[in-house]
Design a protein around this ligand. Structure first.
Ligand SMILES: Nc1ncnc2c1ncn2[C@@H]1O[C@H](COP(=O)(O)OP(=O)(O)O)[C@@H](O)[C@H]1O
Ligand SMILES: [Mg+2]
Length: 141
């Protein structure tokens, strides 16, 4: 049986914390370890931050969508924006690559998401937006 939830929130930095807490609350039913909860929170934060600062270039009137679904012990997390999109996804995934280095971005967001989750997929089109799909299987039932 599949269980899912969906939230939509404004593109504001305070909603990074909102999104990671909501995701953590949703996966609580999987009896995650503390490490697993921390991994999810950090990966969600990175994805939401990217939507805010890159996708929407800090325009708080824009909306971010998060969908989480659980099947057995596996959770799929989707973060979606309808922002500027990514020109070169392979390049964007490279460690230390950032188009906003001048704003003290470390360029490690995608590297963290990839490391913390079991799977990371990036779908993006210029001018259309970006969808990040991350999957993680939890160790306890
Ligand atoms: N949602 C997004 N919309 C548009 N561009 C994005 C998005 N997420 C990531 N990017 C691009 O991918 C690059 C790498 O992202 P990331 O690894 O998180 O590094 P950082 O956020 O520190 O720049 C960003 O600099 C940006 O150019
Ligand atoms: Mg980032």
């Amino acid at each position: 049986m599949m269980e899912m939830m969906c939230v939509e929130f404004e593109s504001k930095s305070e909603n990074e914390a909102f999104a990671r807490v909501v995701a953590a609350a949703f996966i609580a039913r999987l009896n995650p370890t503390l490490d697993e909860v921390e991994d999810v929170k950090m990966a969600i934060s990175e994805a939401v931050t990217n939507a805010i600062v890159h996708g929407y270039e800090n325009d708080p009137s824009k909306k971010i969508f998060m969908r989480c679904s659980i099947e057995n012990q596996t959770c799929q997390f989707r973060i979606m924006d309808q922002g500027v999109g990514i020109a070169d996804i392979e390049r964007a995934k490279e460690p230390l690559y950032s188009t906003k280095k001048d704003e003290e971005r470390a360029g490690m967001g995608f590297t963290f998401m990839d490391t913390l989750m079991d799977d990371l997929q990036i779908y993006s089109q210029l001018g259309e937006g970006t969808t990040i799909i991350m999957t993680k299987t939890f160790s306890r039932g």
